[in-house]
Design a protein around this ligand. Structure first.
Ligand code: F6R
Length: 242
């Protein structure tokens, strides 16, 4: 079942999402969170940092697993997702380093590493809340529209569209890696609860399509969320109305 909240603007969307996460962390201090990068969750992360600094929200027992990472970028590369997560969240809260998991874009044997990442999630007890953004082409994590989609964590080739869109985080489009490690559609659907955020006019077509379809398609990966029993979609008015 999909619950939808339409909030006035980006800030209101971020606050609504933060309420869900803050409540969940208070209720279960050793919660397992699935986290995303990109522009969409930055406001939510700011709210979580605020809750930590002003209200003492405790992250000392929280565990996190990130959705994806570019292959070939070191954690210290300013465009890596690990760097992003440190800057936007982890450096500002009291989460122990060993509780943080981000796919290792420099792993020697990536295929083996993908299996290991999946096992680490299962061993931790599975993800309680998975945070998601959505691509303009309907991708979730880096599961791009295709003939088939991976169930588990895997190596993915980014589409030209995604490379173009993500080049804003790099010096030039040539610098964007062509491949990434990404949790699969099955890894995402195993989460107990899913929170999908979208803001801005550019996401309006994908949100409209998601909320109006009753079909799942590998050509529209976000549609697989329709199979999950507990999905909360939080959008701003621009993403809802276009
Ligand atoms: C990021 C991720 C991606 C983004 C999506 C939207 O970890 O998995 O699927 O959520 O590309 O990106 P933004 O938020 O930048 O519009």
């Amino acid at each position: 079942m999909m619950k939808i909240f339409v909030e006035k603007d980006y800030e209101a969307m971020s606050k609504k999402a933060a309420e869900i996460f803050i409540e969940a962390i208070k209720e279960k201090p050793n919660i397992i969170l699935g986290l995303a990068t990109g522009s969409t969750p930055i406001g939510l992360y700011k709210e979580l940092i605020r809750a930590h600094k002003e209200e003492g929200l405790d992250f000392s027992k929280v565990t996190t697993f990130n959705l994806d990472e570019y292959i070939g970028l070191s954690p210290d590369h300013p465009s890596s997702y690990e760097y992003f997560m440190r800057e936007e969240l982890f450096n500002h809260i009291n989460i122990p380093r060993e509780n943080i998991h981000i796919p290792d874009g420099l792993a020697e044997n990536i295929e083996e590493y993908c299996k290991k990442y999946e096992e680490m999630i299962d061993k931790a007890g599975g993800i309680d809340i998975q945070l998601l953004g959505v691509g303009e082409n309907g991708h979730i994590a880096f599961n791009e529209p295709d003939e088939s989609l991976s169930l588990g964590t895997t190596i993915v080739e980014l589409t030209e569209n995604t490379i173009e869109v993500n080049s804003r985080f790099f010096q030039s489009v040539e610098e964007v890696p062509r491949t990434a490690i990404s949790m699969g559609i099955g890894s995402i659907l195993k989460a107990k609860k899913i929170v999908l955020l979208a803001n801005g006019k550019r996401k309006a077509p994908v949100i409209k399509k998601l909320l109006s379809t009753d079909r799942v398609s590998t050509k529209f990966p976000v549609s697989f969320l329709l199979l999950h029993p507990d999905v909360t979609v939080i959008v701003d008015e621009e993403a809802y109305n276009g």
